[in-house]
Design a protein around this ligand. Sequence first.
Ligand SMILES: [Zn+2]
Length: 246
Amino acid sequence: MIIFDEKKYAENLIKNGYKNEKYIVMDNIILVKYWKSIGLSEDEIKNKLRIFMVKFQELFNDNIIKYKLNSAMKVGMKYDLLTDICVGITNKEIEQIKTLETIELQRMMFILLTVWRFKGSPKRFRINNTDLMNLSGVKLNSNTFWDYIHQITKTNLLSMVEYRNKSYYQINIEENWEIVLHINKFDNVIDYYMSIIEPEKYMFCDKCGVPFLPTGNNQKYCKICWEERNRELWRENKRKHRNVQV
Ligand SMILES: [Zn+2]
């Protein structure tokens, strides 16, 4: 699972608890990084994490809490929280992606490129099939998936490389610096690409600027800003109502 904004992820975690047993090790590390980022001391962080784990105790044996706590502290204290990351995509890159034959291939390649940039343009990188399909909105069975990847690698944009017995993606794209897309919201990241391909269908949020596909008339905000605004209005109404009663 790729987490594009660890701050948001941590805040959600604190509010709702662990979502999946599979991710507890990663979740704990992110919590440590988050509490470090808001200025808590090492002792305070350790304490907070212990309380958090006890709160969701059904997932833990008492005797492993100490062990899990120490391993999360060890990694989390070393790294910074990943938040507010902006990925730039250049017009040349968009042009190269557009040369792929079908829109599905283009969508997948756009996501590969974005994730690669998000990770800091490393020599090689990995992303699991489910993440790639979810982010690009292209749903395929395993055979077709690899067939599509194979089709993309027929161009020079992408290759698959083996490294220490694992397969990695490698992106071979010409660098140039005319950035046309500044991606800083990753909730529906494929919309950035689609807004270029089908500009007549897309709008840009009045509040945060992300491209979105409107579902009705007179929509000014993306889904996330719209929900946020509704919550604000609701709170405001509640406050006004209370003031009247006083
Ligand atoms: Zn918005």
